[in-house]
Write a protein that binds this ligand. Structure first.
Ligand code: PEP
Ligand code: MN
Length: 255
């Protein structure tokens, strides 16, 4: 049975669908507050935004750090949305935990066992992404580090794996949804943005994951994707996201 309390107003249960949306990175007050207001109006209750970013190249934008966390807190204060942000290392875990309603563990840290053990000591929902080089059983192994350490408020995320296919950034493994449902008790979310890599592929992947039985989605939405400081090609505009969300609602029959 799924039952994860996110904040006083929000609880993820078997019959609910969790939509998480927001930019890849928090970039400025104007950007995050603007997109948060728009998303809240559309009915999104959880805002994503990275402030410690796991970038492949060290010269790429690394995130605003604590300043970004403060901006997320301001967005929460103004909109009432819960916030989710990624923790990259144990050093910044207490700081990230202080601000986040949900702690995100990214694909690259999915098998960082010391980080998982440290996160397991907090009583806060954790969104654990699948490493892009990991099998489903390896993802389940990572989830056990959290659960055995004392934290069972786990959401698993399929976010694409590396295959020989290069037309998309990663290959979304839709089969992870039924397999994880069979093998674990945790909600399974799909991140269609990172496997797509290109914004026009996000919608079909989101729909496929939802139709396969995902319990929610985490989608990158930016007020002006062309100007984004990270993952510019895959982020949706607010109108694009609205259209997608309408279609998802029709699949899940949520209103
Ligand atoms: C992200 O959510 O912006 C991110 C870096 O995702 P992943 O860890 O799946 O690559
Ligand atoms: Mn991203």
């Amino acid at each position: 049975m799924i039952d994860i309390k996110i904040n006083d107003e929000l609880e993820l249960t078997d019959d609910k669908f969790l939509m998480i949306a927001g930019p890849c990175s928090v970039e400025s007050e104007e950007q995050i507050l603007g997109v948060a207001r728009d998303l809240k109006k559309i009915g999104v209750n959880v805002l994503r935004g990275g402030t410690f970013k796991p970038r492949t190249q060290p010269e790429s934008f690394q995130g605003l750090g604590e300043e970004g966390l403060k901006l997320l807190a301001r967005a929460r204060e103004e909109t009432g949305m819960a916030i989710i942000t990624e923790v990259m290392d144990e050093e910044n875990l207490p700081l990230v935990e202080e601000y986040a309603d949900i702690i995100q563990i990214g694909s690259r840290n999915s098998q960082n066992f010391s980080l998982l053990k440290a996160v397991s000591k907090y009583n806060k929902p954790v969104l654990l992404k699948r490493g892009f080089g990991n099998t489903i059983d390896e993802l389940i192994g990572s989830s056990k580090y959290l659960a055995l350490g004392g934290n069972k408020k786990i959401m698993l995320v399929e976010r694409g794996i590396r295959t020989f296919e290069t037309s998309t950034r990663f290959t979304l493994d839709v089969s992870a949804v039924p397999v994880l449902h069979e093998k674990t008790e945790y909600p399974v979310l799909i991140d269609p943005s990172h496997p797509a890599g290109i914004n026009r592929y996000v919608e079909p992947l989101a729909m496929a994951g939802t139709a396969a039985g995902a319990d929610g989605l985490i989608i990158e939405v930016h007020p002006n994707p062309k100007e984004a400081l990270s993952d510019a090609a895959q982020q949706l505009t607010v109108p694009e996201f609205m259209e997608l969300y309408d279609k998802i609602k029709r699949i899940t029959e949520i209103t």
